[in-house]
Design a protein around this ligand. Structure first.
Ligand SMILES: Cc1cc2nc3c(=O)[nH]c(=O)nc-3n(C[C@H](O)[C@H](O)[C@H](O)COP(=O)(O)OP(=O)(O)OC[C@H]3O[C@@H](n4cnc5c(N)ncnc54)[C@H](O)[C@@H]3O)c2cc1C
Length: 482
């Protein structure tokens, strides 16, 4: 069933198998999976069925750092979460993304890609993308990758009907979780508020935070404060190692028509360094995008080039005239290094329920520039060496100047903050997404990613949610046997 509002007294007498907090891709995937296994599920969603200013305002917060973006427009606070406006670009993480790549840069997951592979086909079906096509080599150090496009699936539109029909899944909208109550090493209940500021309590055997890549940290930080530090007992990593995929234009390319790049429906060809090239460069993963320009725009690019490199410009123009050439914008979205200082903290400013707002401390450093410069240089050299054209990189990529603040900057991929680690010193959840030191609190979503690779996160979020549903299912059957 699905209720648009919480009814006074309706929850207090019940004990659910699982309480899920947040109905975006992570929460909805868990709800439908656990519901199909016969578990009694309570799915609490802070927002309503559609966009409302008053709900969205709860997401306002501040980014501290030179590269600013708005916290309230980079996610959505209603049924379906950010899937109401995601782009649908999907890639799976590479095997190397789960490993340590560079000494002193902690990218290692406590699981490997093979632990998520069994969930790939089902995750692909959920986001409605075709099966994976293998990468093609481009020289020794690069591979041409494929982006797969979800329609994009809106999780509210696709799954609302199913949630309404499932008798054992209670989905309640306008139900914002304010606090978790801890007793003897377990969460026993959550405190909920409705839009009229009425207070309610819900009890469950297990709880999963699915509130998104900033709210999961914010909620745990605030719950920890309200519970005297007994929710995340070792808070050293809580809120920290927050990550984005930096998104910037890094230069331009002039490509021979015989070059083996395949342009997709967005006129983009994708490339990434191989695992060995990443290790050799002592850098992290990167996704390079060549966006093909039309002839008029290519002509303008060559005219601009002629001002700084007349010979190259003439050569390119001669080829363009013979229709042997096109211009391409070179962009990159890459793996940011996990750093403890990039973190979600609680602001002194509060929302209308009295919860401290999120304050996000986020900056890119020279290592992040090194990652993109390494990958871009490999591509530029390979294109030149193979006679496929020429690449010009922007000066800031090569170390002259800082990251341009007027670019896209980020991909709205909020990762880290409650990262997965085998030790509570360096992570908040264990390999099963369970909060270290508590018996029944879990986290779902990209906040558990210890590192982000170069892949857009939602496919991995769905894989992890399916895996967590298996874990919660196993624990439920073990409990019923006992
Ligand atoms: C503009 C944009 C474009 C994007 N494009 C892509 C893309 O192309 N590919 C890709 O892979 N990813 C993309 N993303 C990211 C993608 O949308 C997210 O990875 C995904 O939505 C995260 O799912 P989630 O369920 O973890 O969190 P969310 O989608 O953020 O859902 C969290 C839910 O929790 C609810 N909630 C929050 N606080 C509370 C509370 N206190 N109590 C109860 N409920 C609460 C929220 O209302 C929300 O419904 C994009 C994001 C944006 C903003």
């Amino acid at each position: 069933m699905l209720a648009e509002h919480i009814t006074r007294g309706a929850l207090e007498s019940r004990l659910f198998d699982v309480c899920l907090i947040g109905a975006g891709p992570a929460g909805i995937t868990l709800a439908t999976e656990l519901g199909a296994r016969g578990q009694s599920v309570l799915l609490l969603e802070a927002g309503g069925a559609s966009y409302e200013e008053s709900s969205q305002a709860m997401y306002e917060g501040e980014v501290v750092g030179a590269l600013k973006f708005a916290l309230d427009t980079s996610r959505l606070r209603y049924l379906g979460g950010a899937s109401n406006h995601w782009g649908g670009f999907c890639q799976a993480l590479d095997a190397v993304d789960f490993e340590s790549k560079v000494a002193g840069v902690d990218t290692e997951w406590p699981i490997r890609r093979r632990h998520l592979d069994p969930y790939l086909a089902r995750a692909e079906a959920i986001v409605e993308i075709p099966a994976f096509t293998p990468d093609r080599p481009y020289g020794e150090q690069l591979r041409l990758t494929t982006m797969r496009f979800s329609p994009p699936v809106n999780f509210a539109t696709k799954y609302r009907g199913m949630l309404e029909k499932m008798p054992n899944v209670a989905t309640i909208l306008q139900a914002c979780v304010l606090n978790l109550h801890e007793r003897d090493g377990a969460i026993v209940s959550v405190e909920i508020t409705d839009p009229d500021n009425g207070r309610h309590t819900a009890r469950a055997r297990r709880f999963v935070l699915c509130a998104g890549g900033i709210e999961n940290s914010r909620m745990l930080l605030w719950a920890n404060q309200q519970n005297g530090g007994r929710v995340v007992r070792d808070p050293r990593a809580l809120g920290r190692y927050w990550l984005e995929h930096p998104h910037f234009t890094i230069g331009e390319a002039f490509l021979d028509d015989r070059a083996p790049f395949v342009f997709d429906k967005w006129s983009i060809a994708w490339a990434s360094p191989t695992a060995q090239a990443i290790r050799d460069a002592r850098a992290l993963n990167a996704g390079l995008r060549l966006t093909r320009r039309n002839r008029e725009s290519s002509r303008q690019m060559i005219a601009d080039l002629s001002c700084v490199a007349p010979e190259l410009g003439q050569w390119a123009m001669a080829k363009l005239k013979r229709r042997l050439f096109c211009g391409a914008m070179l962009r990159a979205s890459w793996e940011q290094a996990p750093r403890a200082w990039n973190r979600v903290t609680l602001s002194t400013d509060r929302d209308r329920h009295g919860t401290p707002r999120a304050e996000l401390h986020w900056r890119l450093d020279d290592f992040d520039r090194h990652t993109v410069a390494s990958a871009a240089t490999l591509l530029a050299e390979a294109i030149l060496r193979r006679g496929d054209g020429r690449v010009r990189l922007d000066p800031w990529v090569l170390g002259r100047g800082s990251f341009p603040a007027d670019d896209e900057i980020k991909g709205n991929h909020h990762m880290g903050g409650t990262r997965m680690s085998s030790s509570s010193a360096t992570g908040v959840v264990d390999a099963d997404c369970k909060v270290h030191g508590l018996s029944n609190l879990y986290v779902a979503g990209s906040s558990v990613f210890p590192s982000g690779g170069a892949a857009n996160p939602t496919l991995t979020i769905v894989q992890l949610a399916l895996r967590l549903a298996d874990r919660l299912g196993e624990r439920a059957s073990a409990a019923s046997v006992l």
